[in-house]
Design a protein around this ligand. Structure first.
Ligand code: SAM
Length: 478
């Protein structure tokens, strides 16, 4: 008897109860086996069994998404192999201790687990990698949760174990998402181990709260959008007139090219401006009507209007406070600001010759909905100038979304190294600014938000987990 349940059942009900109990008992065992299989066999024992590491290399490639068809499936025989010691143990019990009927329920439960595991793993994994459009792919938030979770594992293949089943992570504390984010929402969480000399750790690290908010936002794009909205409304409350940009910047020191010439008053924002300059220089904006979506504190729109010969520049942002700030701060001829949502732009069809979007799209509920709006407000032959960051595993999805936008992709460039260089070179200035103007309670959050050297954002760019991309697209001439 265990928990009042007869382990040598005589009636059908007893048998069903015993079977259910054994399913529960085997659950952590299967989780442990999954963990051992991936961590110790795949990543450790392979060094002994397969000195050339050919298997591991193929697996590693798969982790980076290069060969989607390799090692995607978990064959049933692997599950039997892994559970073999337990199957043999149960059989030995039946043989030596008996009675044989006492092992039917545990044996059947373990075999059921093997089938369920192999079946679920394959279906879910194939759906996640878009090899099958099955029932799991259609499960909405559940699918998104598992997909995010699994892709986080891919992005950190060296330190975690490629599991599809998150409960393994939760049972064994190997959850990659604790230290890694699939999107800006996580990357802009409180930093761990900031090593810039002057940084002083915040006494009340809001990490747990932020992490939970992020987990929830992964489940629902609408919630993600809402959280970003709250965050940018909060930030716009900081009225410091000198703070005009909210991007990670761009630096091209290594290339030896002449940097853009700036007026002394713009010099302080050089790196953030250089990002705009890089994006805006992709085409000639002279004399055009240009829209910037997600203009933030307006510094970029003002720069593009003043330096790129734009006729009329309009900035739009969904933070009302930010728009008010822009209207107060940037009084420049031919420059205006409007409150609005990237996914429902408040402009008539074909109103602009070019649309700029810098480091904002990661906040949106739906990238395709935004691209539809860009397509709508652009005149025929108009340009879409775009730059933003994504988790490395998400870049192909972004590329696909842009390809399917109805606009033609003219240029695609990975500018991560330039962004990293800018983060490095601008770190001390940002630190000083933040320490002077932000309350100690929010210090960590802001240091992370700014991506100062040593922050998680900084390390993610450095380690290739975050990628910054720039694109130039064009609407067809009808
Ligand atoms: C990281 S800031 C970048 C601001 C500016 N582009 C810059 O580089 O300084 C992102 C901006 O996108 C805006 N944003 C986010 N989601 C938006 C949406 N759905 N519609 C319009 N603006 C949005 C935020 O309010 C915020 O100002």
């Amino acid at each position: 008897m265990l928990l009042g349940i007869d382990l040598t059942p005589t009636t059908l009900l007893d048998f069903i109860l015993a079977f259910a109990l054994w399913i529960v008992i085997w659950t952590p065992v299967v989780a442990l086996l999954e963990y051992i299989a991936h961590r110790w066999i795949m990543h450790k024992a392979n060094h002994l069994l397969d000195p050339d590491l050919s298997q591991l290399r193929a697996h590693g490639k798969h982790h980076q998404g290069a060969n989607h068809f390799d090692l995607v499936d978990v064959p049933l025989k692997n599950c039997f192999r892994l559970t073999a010691p337990f199957i043999l143990g149960v059989l030995a019990w039946g043989w030596f201790v008996g009675p044989v009927s006492s092992i039917v329920a545990p044996l059947l439960a373990l075999l059921t687990w093997c089938f369920v595991y192999a079946y679920l793993w394959n279906r879910m994994h194939r759906a996640i990698h878009d090899l099958e459009k099955n029932w799991f792919r259609r499960s909405g938030p559940i699918f998104r949760f598992f997909m995010n979770h699994h892709l986080q594992h891919h992005a950190r293949a060296r330190v975690n174990y490629g599991t599809v089943f998150p409960w393994t992570d939760y049972v064994f504390g190997t959850n990659a998402s604790r230290n890694f984010s699939p999107s800006r929402s996580v990357t802009r969480s409180p930093i761990e181990g900031v090593n810039v000399e002057t940084a002083t750790p915040s006494p009340s690290d809001p990490g747990l709260l932020v992490r939970w908010a992020i987990r929830l936002s992964e489940l629902s794009p609408t919630l993600k959008k809402l959280l970003w909205q709250r965050w940018y409304q909060h930030i716009a409350g900081y009225q410091e007139a000198d703070w005009k940009f909210m991007n990670y910047g761009y630096s091209d020191e290594q290339s030896g090219q002449d940097p853009v010439e700036l007026q002394p008053t713009d010099e302080e924002d050089r790196f953030a401006i250089q990002l705009y300059h890089r994006v805006a220089s992709a085409t000639n904006l002279d004399g055009l009507d240009v829209l910037e979506v997600g203009c933030g504190r307006g510094g970029g729109a003002s720069f593009v209007r003043r330096y790129h010969g734009v006729k009329q520049m309009t900035g739009v942002d969904f933070s009302k406070k930010a728009v008010r700030f822009c209207l107060d701060r940037h009084q420049v001829d031919g420059l205006s600001f409007v409150h609005g949502d990237a996914e429902a732009l408040p402009f008539a069809d074909q109103s602009f010759d070019a649309v700029i979007n810098v480091e904002s799209s990661h906040c949106y509920r739906s990238m395709p909905a935004f691209l539809e709006q860009v397509n709508r407000v652009l005149r025929p032959g108009g340009y879409f100038l775009f730059a933003d960051l994504r988790a490395s595993y998400d870049c192909e999805r972004l590329h696909q979304q842009l390809r399917e936008s109805g606009l033609a992709i003219l240029e695609r460039e990975n500018i991560t190294d330039h962004v990293l260089e800018a983060l490095q070179r601008d770190s001390k200035r940002k630190l000083a600014l933040i320490e002077n103007s932000i309350s100690p309670r929010l210090l960590h959050t802001f240091l992370e938000f700014a991506g100062v050297e040593g922050s998680k954002v900084y390390r993610s760019f450095r380690d290739g987990e975050l990628v910054y991309e720039r694109y130039l697209l064009r609407k067809t001439l009808e």
